[in-house]
Design a protein around this ligand. Sequence first.
Ligand code: HEM
Length: 678
Amino acid sequence: MHAAGAVPLAAAGPPAPAARRKLRVETRRFSSSRASRGSVPPRLGRARRSAVPRRALSEKEAEEAGGASSEDAPDASASSGGGSCPLGFGKDGPIANAVDGARKAMYLSFMSSTSPLTMEEARASASAADPADVTVLDNRVFLKSLKRAIEDPVGMPAAILDWHGAVGKDTVGIENPLGPGCVSTIDPRVVEYVCKTNASNYRDRLLPDIFRLVLKDLGVTGSQGEYNRQHRKVCQKPFINASFLQTFSDVVERRVEHLCDSWEMAAEKAAATETENKAAASGSFVTDVDLHSQHLLLDIISPISFDYNFNLLDKSREVITGSETTFVENPMLEAYHRSAEIMGEVFITPLPLLELGAKLGIGRLRELTDAYDDLERMGDDIVKKRRAMHQATLDRGEEIEQICLLDTMLFLEDPETGERAYTDEELWGDMNDIMAAGHQTQAATMTMALLYISRNPDVKARIEAEVRALPDGRAPTFEDVSEGRLEYTQWVIKETLRLHPPIHMFPRLASESDVMPTGHRVEKGDLILLSTWAMGRNPNVWEAPETFDPERFSDARLHELARSQADPDADEDAIDRAVTMLKSGRDFIYTPFGAGPRSCIGGLFSLLTVTTIVASCVRRFDFEPDEKTLPRDAPIPLRYDVTMCYPNGINMKLTRRGAGGEEGKRKEASEEVAAGAR
Ligand code: HEM
């Protein structure tokens, strides 16, 4: 682990400086440039959330499971106007305590590891920087990197890591002959500067032009500025709200059991065939786990976003059990997949070319805009039907039970005009966004975690032991994750995200010119390249970064990490605080969910969900590599387009577990198969 002496970078060049330097404090004061936020958030009109939480997550649970940025803290007073808030956000409302826990975690999540980097410190560091140390790579490096980025399945982050390795610096400037200048950093302290200390100057994310053509600046991901701030706030609420999280846990538990039941049926079938062939009936079968991950996560994210069920798990069961031979895709999903696929193809094409292409019908652009129009039409229909359904409930004088994100947004009003806060088009923009942002990311993480589990018997054994120790041999829940009963499983998910973050970059645009704490000049419109993938491989931060080592998220190892990255005079309280931050996955060292005001709004939910899913799968099945198609030591066949994906699927060998608490499950499943066959 790096302390004062840095671990040398692989490529030639001077040794890298410590990733986290103590920045000299300057006496001159700088005023904060954080923009003030003027507009008033929308408030709830007439809907109520009447579902009673099964059990509220405590403060510790919310913290441990991961928080969100403080800019997104649910503003209880804004929604409630006191203790009688119909939503329950008021002081004495049923949700208040739970939200308090989450809010505390969010506040913590916005603090840096030990002591926050102030603007004064950053300015002092910038003016003290030796110009000879301010490395700027010339434009030939950039052009060469484009080739590397195209050839490497990871894309640009692979080139970025090369830049840092080649010059032994954690922050470098790059001349870009094709567009704005760039600064790339894998130094947590500089990431903190961009995402927190001077976040107001780097709030905007670089959005691919295709988003503007297709998403029309709607949705959380596709928007900037005040629109983004408002929609983030509203969309995030259910995903950090204890009562909703309990409801979502039920959805996750039911869906993953459904998938495991289908696998159980596949195992029964395999065993029957083996018996016919007089082979020992192992009930093992090989399947593309990633396909199932995608189905599962879409069947989880769509009901919790807008109470819609694609029934993908049912359909894949029909195929698994042989009652259907072909998989008929839902038209909405078909449009969604088509648009996602084409978007991946034109992700970096500039807007004028896109507009021309769409007009002239070149390439697949018209197909894309048509697919998106289809999606919008279907989405609009869903929104309208749901509004009418709830309106009828209200007209009967009854309360609406809010069970999904859409329910929380349908009746929001603009507090200044009393008008409906969001148009149906805006609402659909958000639903579509949550579905897109929350499905492939989690599915890819689930697949990757199971692949590592299949390749590492020790890791598998520890998860098995954790799951077996759950009370009464029951299936895992969010509560198990948040109460630490699946601690090791969660380390596995975190380590998976460190090595293979589904979104590997979170670049920012400079609103005004600036000088970074390292002395790098930034002009208005320049790009700051922040790559989670490259940061996760920074040898100045992570010991043996290429090794899959879940234990690095244990308390002891996190203390070591925090200590190695901290100011030398940081006290134990500061180190403890840093560890809490690292545990919640929201520090500037570990950034799978991005950082700062544009960070992911689904981090907490994702950690709960993927941990629960993986533990549930391991509880019922043994995962091993399929030596024929994807041997244990083979490179992982992944690619990044909009997110990480596996173009050829990920085959694994699944064997049902035979002992103990599994007997009942197996019996149930075989009875179901028998009933189906009758
Ligand atoms: C393993 C799962 C996930 C990973 C690794 C992930 C990662 C990320 C990352 C890296 C960003 C960009 C952050 C930045 O620029 O600082 C992001 C943004 C976003 N994520 Fe996630 N995400 C995941 C799941 C989810 C889920 C489940 C949801 C929905 C609840 C979600 C909703 C969003 C949204 C709406 C944004 C855009 C935020 C904005 O632009 O203001 N994500 N995510």
